[in-house]
Design a protein around this ligand. Structure first.
Ligand SMILES: Cc1ncc(COP(=O)(O)O)c(C=O)c1O
Length: 446
């Protein structure tokens, strides 16, 4: 097993364990559709061949063709408001009945209102918005805007980061899994070591300042850096830098005319306890990219929110996407924002995140497989330990499949981190059920 597989974004299906899981599926109809899926889709190590065939979803749960349900603590991070929230579905239905598509050069009320709502909630001077049909494309627009605004094409981003799977996004994304075999990537994309995420030590602020200084050294040595692209914290493995890191990086960027681009695609809209994750660090970037749950898990939608004075692209198009101002996606997003605020989901994220993290700490006291637990709002990650020569990634995969068998779906990230991301609507009872399942899975997997 290569380190490329060990450290990737999600659990890959090259370990053979997915085949084993599939061979245990007895339902004939499910087997038929899984085979059809494999026949007609190109294989990809993070998706096809697939785990199961879904029939329906609602709230925290996915249901398969055979009628079994999974608690969905993964949801591809589109499920801030839970799956198929009635308010989101209703908004989409109503919009479909009136204006389903808005050709470019026309606009529509839902798209304008959504841009306004995103801008009004954004910190600092982040007031200008462009939409895109996916997060990768929002990153792409941000990279172009940074080139136009600064006249510099170089970027700094972190090793082992992920910003999407297109060629420009993998140039700034540092995960080898996505770069393997791709040949030359974007010129001027410099990868640096990510910041230390152990914020509890006494010298953490000093370490954070030194890391920011290291970034400044790269900017000075390179001379052409126009943007620094990063997640405010590494979401899938829940690695959270000290706030001093981002404040120091902000100062470095200001000193050298470098735009700070925050990729908040999976964490925006309340998961961290704030509407935008940057608020938790007290730092205002120059551009925020959001996506995933913006479309309510119903419509594909992402956005770039930029400083108003960066609105200078009068001769070059940044996005130019067919679904640039989708009224249906905007209606879904407006409903999502309403749900997040009316149902108090930001406060709930903090409460449920603390509950889940406490439960995992309790499991840690009983299961040697569990290592340090990290949480930031309702993003919760638990490191898995190696045992008697069995690598941590293998134990983590065993725990994941044993949990799936028992009805809990989540992702393994960074090779050996159990990545637990429930919807923000998750109930206390569902958190309890998930911990109970993990308890059984940890016993089975050790
Ligand atoms: C941090 C981050 N950036 C960008 C993306 C890409 O978003 P999309 O899949 O919507 O293109 C993802 C998707 O997982 C992500 O997690």
């Amino acid at each position: 097993m290569s380190t490329v597989i060990d450290r990737t974004e999600g659990d890959v299906n090259r370990s053979g364990r997915r085949d084993l899981w599939r061979s245990g599926i007895m339902d004939a109809e499910t087997r038929y559709w899984l085979e059809m899926d494999e026949q007609y889709f190109l294989h990809q190590p993070l998706s096809t061949p697939c785990l199961d065939v879904l029939a329906s979803s609602s709230g925290s749960r996915l249901k398969n063709l055979a009628g079994r349900s999974y608690l969905d603590f993964h949801g591809n991070n589109v499920h801030q408001a839970g799956h198929a929230h009635p308010a989101v579905i209703q908004a989409v239905r109503e919009q479909l009945d009136t204006l389903a598509f808005s050709p470019r050069r026309y606009t529509n009320r839902p798209a304008i209102l959504l841009a306004q709502q995103l801008a009004e909630r954004a910190p600092g001077r982040l007031r200008k918005v462009l939409f895109a049909p996916g997060g990768t494309l929002a990153i792409s627009m941000a990279l172009k805007l940074a080139r136009l605004a600064t006249g510099k094409h170089g970027t700094i981003s972190f090793r082992n980061s992920f910003h999407g799977a297109s060629l420009d996004a993998i140039s700034v994304g540092g995960e080898e899994h996505f770069r393997e075999g791709m040949g030359p990537l974007m010129h001027g994309a410099v990868l640096v070591t990510p910041p230390d995420h152990d914020s509890h030590t006494l010298d953490a602020p000093a370490v954070a300042r030194r890391a920011a200084k290291g970034i400044e050294d790269v900017i000075l040595a390179t001379g052409n850096i126009g943007a620094l692209v990063a997640e405010p914290f590494r979401y899938t493995t829940v690695q959270v830098p000290h706030p001093v890191f981002w404040r120091s990086v902000r100062e470095v960027c200001d000193r050298h005319g470098v735009l700070l681009i925050f990729d908040e695609i999976p964490v925006c809209l309340g998961r961290t306890g704030a509407f935008y994750a940057c608020e938790r660090f007290g730092v205002v970037p120059d551009i925020i990219c959001i996506g995933k749950g913006l479309g309510g898990g119903v419509m594909p939608l992402a956005a770039m929110i930029a400083r108003e004075d960066l609105d200078r692209s009068y001769t070059t198009s940044l996005g130019h996407f067919t679904h640039e101002k989708s009224p249906v996606a905007a209606a879904a997003a407006l409903a999502v924002i309403r749900v997040i605020e009316e149902e108090g989901l930001m406060e709930r994220a903090m409460e449920m995140g603390a509950l889940l993290a406490r439960g995992l700490e309790e499991l840690r006291s009983r299961h040697p497989a569990i290592g340090p637990v990290r949480s930031f709002g309702l993003a919760v990650g638990a490191e898995v330990n190696s045992h008697n020569g069995t690598p941590a990634w293998e134990i983590a995969e065993r725990v994941m499949y044993a949990s799936l068998e028992r009805g809990l779906s989540f992702k393994v990230s960074g090779g050996s981190v159990l990545s637990l991301m429930p919807p923000l609507t998750v109930s206390r009872d569902e958190i309890g059920q998930a911990l109970e399942i993990l308890n059984g899975a940890l016993t089975a997997a050790w």
